[in-house]
Design a protein around this ligand. Structure first.
Ligand SMILES: NC(=O)c1ccc[n+]([C@@H]2O[C@H](COP(=O)([O-])OP(=O)(O)OC[C@H]3O[C@@H](n4cnc5c(N)ncnc54)[C@H](OP(=O)(O)O)[C@@H]3O)[C@@H](O)[C@H]2O)c1
Length: 253
């Protein structure tokens, strides 16, 4: 990948883009004219992305990256060279089996959900945050299910714990980088019709992806930490306006 290939266009790195929200986000940013690096974890995940017209126009590249594989992360870092990013969006996630109570889950399954949803995003943030420009955004896809106070006790126990851990770890990372002129966001996308969200979810991928892209745009431009729930009228689960943290640390270069 050529560093600074097109100075007029914005650049996003979207992690976990083979299907669902990640694919929708890649499509949305391409629609907005961005250059997009959209990672997938294996060759089977490339098909939908590579059929997008932007792939032909050279605005899309699709590297392979399993978020739990350090070698993959190092390899993508090397491939990106000095490419500045306007957005790092860490979307990959797994649900595990939402019906299994925490005390019954195997250590392997517990570790997979926690490593993928909580540890990997902070590792990826550490690996790529120096690529993110001053004023750029680092966003991880969280969930309302990460909220301890609104836990209604209806399953998804390990998944809920993983998103709560994600929120804590990303907040700690952002605190250690206070004043670095990047925006750190945890974005709850609403309940979305994907393989994970299921067919009863009220939101389609396009609406959620556009909402996330608008939120990322609106909150860019300086050091912030924020948890954002998308405020979409069609989503009965998520009714709160996106919370906007004040910019901290003054103006950024
Ligand atoms: N859908 C909802 O209602 C909802 C609500 C709140 C939060 N979220 C969050 O939104 C994000 C996307 O969810 P979704 O609904 O689009 O789920 P999805 O349809 O199940 O897609 C999950 C994506 O994550 C990728 N992924 C999983 N493990 C990975 C790994 N180890 N390395 C690299 N990629 C990996 C998958 O790749 P493969 O194709 O290779 O498996 C796939 O692209 C997740 O973080 C999820 O927790 C979703």
């Amino acid at each position: 990948m050529e560093p600074n290939a097109d100075r007029d266009s914005k650049h996003a790195l979207i992690i976990g883009a083979s299907r669902g929200l990640g694919l929708g986000l890649a499509r949305e940013y391409l629609r907005r004219g961005w250059h997009v690096v959209a990672s997938v974890r294996n060759n089977a995940g490339r098909e939908a992305l590579q059929s997008l017209p932007a792939a032909v126009e050279g605005k899309l590249s699709v590297p392979t990256l399993d978020v739990n594989c350090r070698e993959d992360i190092d390899s993508l870092r090397r491939d990106l060279k000095e490419q500045p990013l306007d957005l790092l969006l860490i979307n990959a996630g797994v649900a595990g089996d939402p019906t299994v109570p925490a005390e019954e889950v195997s250590a392997y399954d517990f570790a997979e959900v926690m490593l993928t949803n909580a540890l990997a995003p902070v590792r990826l943030t550490a690996a790529f945050n120096s690529h993110v420009k001053s004023g750029g955004v680092i966003a991880a896809t969280s969930s309302n299910m990460g909220s301890v106070s609104s836990n209604s006790g209806d399953g998804w126990e390990v998944y809920r714990a993983s998103k709560a851990a994600l929120n804590q770890l990303m907040k700690s990372f952002a605190a250690r980088h206070e004043g670095d002129c990047r925006t750190y966001l945890l974005v709850s996308p609403g309940w979305v019709r994907t393989d994970m969200g299921g067919s009863n979810a009220p939101l389609d991928v396009e609406t959620s992806a556009a909402g996330i892209a608008d939120t990322n745009r609106d909150l860019s431009g300086g050091w912030r930490r924020s948890f954002c729930r998308l405020s979409l009228p069609s989503d009965p689960v998520v009714g709160l306006p996106a919370r906007r943290a004040p910019r901290v640390g003054g103006s950024c270069p």
